[in-house]
Design a binder for this molecule. Structure first.
Ligand code: SF4
Length: 364
């Protein structure tokens, strides 16, 4: 009876457009009414953003996997001497983008990389300058809050100055990774060498003030508690109230294969993935877009997630590396036709967007 009463109270709040509290969020993570949760999230999705599902025709560019941080959950970063380590030259990056750019619908680049121990900020900046100059038609979204803070640390420049220089070089938006779980307990245990929760939020806040939109994410399913997932969502919601600069929120289920946590932690279930997607839509009442990232969720789960609050399915990607190092079983890229088919089969309308969610084509 108590549970039914709680569900009804939460449902009333959602239907009346009232904000869910921390306690509501924690309750939802502990309740197993998955289909109810999905329909509530789907109701909110429809009310906020209608039936369009956004995707982009994009190309991921991972400049290097050599990284000084060596986060325990990461299978991508490695030492310079480790097997499989690489660092692209500018010519390598141009070649990759030239290949992807044979697709006339390619609209953007997504550039994220390791924190290379000897590269300067100027090294990273040069990639943006050259790619923007050579491919002016392509929108560049790049670097996470972690990378931006790293650039500030190694250059001695402020985060604001770093962002201004990147913007001048052609960067149009900031990627959403690196948020992991925005509590110091989790970060100290899993990724003590990278920026703190406050620093990550500060990068986003600073970017928003400069008119640069950013994305946000949550890496869940490792050592965090449900209360910490809710804390994470509330911290993002508070910043979104303040700036309105987040464009989309991405749920990243942790993939343990080939990470330092492989033996301790099992991969999340589809149940948890769908529940987390729906709760994110309900808690993040000031976010327009919630992304079902098919690379981590798998294509079938991402498609179902479109009925659990998601309205964004990421993009074609061209060649994904980071998560395939962690054993992602999804393809490395998806053809645009396939994305369109997946969205249509879910009863929705595909809309191709650029990295700032400007609609380029609605596929009717
Ligand atoms: S998650 Fe990012 S910062 Fe951490 S080890 Fe991997 S590449 Fe480096």
């Amino acid at each position: 009876m108590f549970v039914r009463g709680e569900l009804e109270k939460i449902e009333r709040k959602v239907l009346n457009g009232k904000r869910l509290s921390r306690e509501d969020g924690e309750f939802l993570f502990n309740c197993n009414e998955l289909t109810w949760l999905g329909s509530l999230a789907d109701y909110v999705r429809k009310k906020i953003c209608g039936d369009l599902v956004y995707y982009n025709v994009n190309c991921h560019v991972n400049l290097t996997n050599i990284c000084r941080a060596r986060c325990k959950f990461c299978a991508f970063g490695r030492g310079a001497e480790d097997k499989g380590s690489y660092a692209m030259t500018i010519d390598d990056a141009i070649k990759l983008v030239e290949e992807a750019n044979r697709d006339p619908h390619l609209s953007g680049l997504h550039i994220v990389s390791g924190l290379h121990p000897t590269w300067s900020f100027e090294n990273y900046l040069a990639f943006v300058e050259v790619l923007h100059e050579k491919f002016p038609r392509l929108h560049i979204k790049g670097f996470t809050g972690v990378e931006i803070q790293h650039f500030a640390n190694i250059s001695g420049l402020s985060v604001e100055k770093i962002l201004i220089r990147l913007k001048e070089a052609g960067l149009e938006a900031i990627a959403g990774g690196g948020a992991e779980i925005l509590t110091d307990r989790v970060r100290n245990l899993l990724c003590p060498k990278k920026c703190s929760a406050d620093q990550w939020l500060n990068v986003a806040r600073t970017a928003h003030k400069l008119g640069i939109k950013t994305n946000a994410s949550m890496l869940y399913g490792h050592i965090e508690t449900f209360a910490e997932r809710v804390e994470h969502l509330i911290r993002l919601r508070e910043l979104q109230d303040e700036t309105g600069g987040f464009q989309t929120f991405i749920c990243f289920p942790f993939l343990p294969k080939n990470t330092a946590l492989e033996k301790e932690i099992k991969q999340t279930s589809m149940w948890d993935d769908l529940r987390t997607m729906a709760i994110s839509r309900l808690m993040l009442d000031n976010f327009q877009n919630i992304k079902a990232y098919w690379v981590m969720l798998t294509v079938p789960v991402a498609q179902v997630a479109l009925s659990f609050g998601a309205n964004d399915i990421d993009g074609t990607i061209h060649r994904e590396n980071i998560l395939h190092d962690a054993g992602a079983t999804s393809p490395r890229s998806l053809a645009e036709d396939e994305i369109i088919r997946i969205i249509r089969e879910a009863g929705r309308t595909p809309a191709a967007v650029d990295c700032n969610f400007n609609i380029r084509r609605i596929i009717t």
